[in-house]
Design a protein around this ligand. Structure first.
Ligand SMILES: [Zn+2]
Ligand SMILES: [Zn+2]
Length: 124
């Protein structure tokens, strides 16, 4: 493997865990999370990806790696599928539905959060 991408040093500390102090001071691995349930549902399933770091022993530059990238990709694909098959019910009349991808968008957004189609009544 190549050395540090910043300074080129070969003194690298691999597999360092990044500790997050959560509620009650529990130590847990800092992680990313992909939600699998569509927007608007109360219960959102999700897949966590614990992060692991490679730290340069010379300059301190730290690169982050997710331990289970494939699981996260699967979760994203799953959530896309769920969203397509079961469009979320209207959370309220003030939300608006994208005419292009049928996503429900918050009243404050002027364009679709998924495909950037402009809001029909935004006047543009
Ligand atoms: Zn370095
Ligand atoms: Zn859209």
């Amino acid at each position: 493997m190549a050395g540090c991408s910043k300074c080129g040093s070969n003194v690298l500390i691999h597999h360092a865990r990044i500790i997050d102090h959560g509620a009650h001071n529990w130590e847990q691995d800092l992680s990313v999370k992909v939600y699998t349930a569509p927007f608007g549902l109360l219960f959102r399933g999700g897949v966590s990806g614990p992060l692991e770091a490679t730290v340069c022993g010379a300059c301190g530059f730290t690169e982050l790696y997710v331990l289970n990238p494939r699981e996260l990709v699967k979760a994203v694909e799953e959530s896309e599928k769920v969203r397509r098959e079961q469009p979320p019910r209207e959370p309220g009349p003030w939300y608006w539905r994208c005419s292009n991808c049928h996503r429900m968008n918050a009243p404050s957004s002027k364009s679709c959060m998924d495909c950037s189609t402009s809001r029909p009544d935004s006047g543009s």
